[in-house]
Design a protein around this ligand. Structure first.
Ligand code: SAM
Ligand code: SF4
Length: 325
């Protein structure tokens, strides 16, 4: 569906839970509280939202969290979403800890692609960031997902300027057919306390490490990453630079939080409380109409741009585990 800025909004990220089996310091540090299960949308409710989103022209759906793989029965949800008319792609963003064992079920349910979050190839640093000694487990999941034929991307938040760390992450794109993407830290939730490195600085490091690197103009997905190729590497290197290369004018996405709120921009708390409609006592047809209309109105007034450069103007205070990244 087209918003008031002529942007085609065709992508919904769905946070299926605010719970997680890791405790990344910039996202969901130790001690953070989670919602009672009754406040989280059921699969039936998520499907009802997806149906109306599809009616409005949304085509790509990404399951995220918290950690989507900790939600029991995830493959049932994927199958449900896949069966909605008009859906073109169902993908997932995961920390990869539980992924390897779940792959056969997820793929047979219709999962198209997976983004695996991995900020470092250093075992101690991984433990320090996430609270879990899980680097090898995640790497096994990356390899297994590639072997299973899924389209795989590895996403790293740009935390360190350490060249060795950057080089060893990018080495994954030499070994495997995966794109390795760096994400600039956004001042959302606990991320405000961890500025990370700027992508101007990262770009300088990349040019220095890979003088033969060239721009890659092929289409890699439906997101805002800018891609580069390194001769001899199977995958590309991507930069998602929300701060230093604002991409709001081509933003194609909205987000459904785990408690059923449709968010139209990471920066602002504006949107639509779909759970209120989903749980209201009214005839099914009326509910569908109201869901669709509230989504349409919220999408139409999607903010023109984020305001990360002046965080005091942000009205969103939720942590990233509730929003879904
Ligand atoms: N648990 C899953 C995972 O880690 O991939 C899915 C949810 S997580 C919130 C989605 C993505 O958001 C992860 O790649 C995470 O690193 C990223 N993220 C979390 N907080 C962020 C922030 N403040 N700025 C940029 N990315 C962030
Ligand atoms: Fe969990 Fe993902 Fe947040 Fe890390 S980034 S705490 S894995 S939701």
């Amino acid at each position: 569906m087209i918003d008031h800025n002529n942007r085609n909004i065709d992508y919904l990220r769905i946070s299926v839970t605010d719970r997680c089996n890791l405790r990344c310091r910039y996202c969901m540090p130790e001690g953070i509280s989670t919602l009672p299960m009754k406040d989280i949308l059921t699969f039936e409710e998520i499907r009802a939202v997806v149906e109306q989103a599809a009616e409005l022209g949304l085509r790509h759906f990404r399951l995220t969290g918290g950690e989507p793989t900790v939600r029991i029965g995830l493959s049932i949800l994927i199958r449900e979403i896949r069966s909605v008319p008009g859906i073109e792609k169902v993908s997932m963003t995961t920390n990869g800890i539980l992924l390897e064992k779940m792959l056969p079920d997820l793929i047979s349910a219709g999962l198209d692609s997976v983004n695996i979050s991995l900020d470092t190839m250093n075992r101690e640093k991984y433990l320090e960031i996430t609270g879990t000694d899980g680097l090898e487990t995640v790497l096994n999941s990356v390899r297994a997902a590639c072997s299973a034929g899924l389209k795989v991307k590895v996403n790293a938040v740009s935390l360190f300027s350490d060249e060795e760390n950057i080089r060893s992450l990018i080495d994954l794109a030499r070994e495997l057919p995966v794109d390795v993407r760096f994400i600039e830290m956004m001042p959302v939730g606990y991320g405000r306390q961890f500025p990370g490195i700027s992508h101007n600085e990262l770009m300088k490091i990349l040019r220095n490490l890979y003088p033969g690197m060239t721009k890659d103009d092929r289409v890699h997905g439906f997101g805002p990453a800018v891609y580069y190729r390194i001769p001899g590497y199977r995958g590309s290197v991507g930069l998602i630079s929300a701060i230093h290369r604002k991409f709001c004018s081509s933003c194609n996405r909205v987000r459904l939080t785990s408690r059923g709120f449709l968010k139209t921009c990471l920066c602002y708390s504006d949107g639509a409380d779909l759970r209120e409609i989903l749980r209201a006592d009214m005839p099914e047809e009326e509910k569908k109409r109201m869901l669709r209309e509230s989504m349409r109105e919220a999408i139409l007034r999607k903010p023109d741009a984020h305001c990360f450069e002046s965080p005091e103007a942000m009205t969103e205070n939720a942590a990233m585990n509730a929003i879904g990244g």
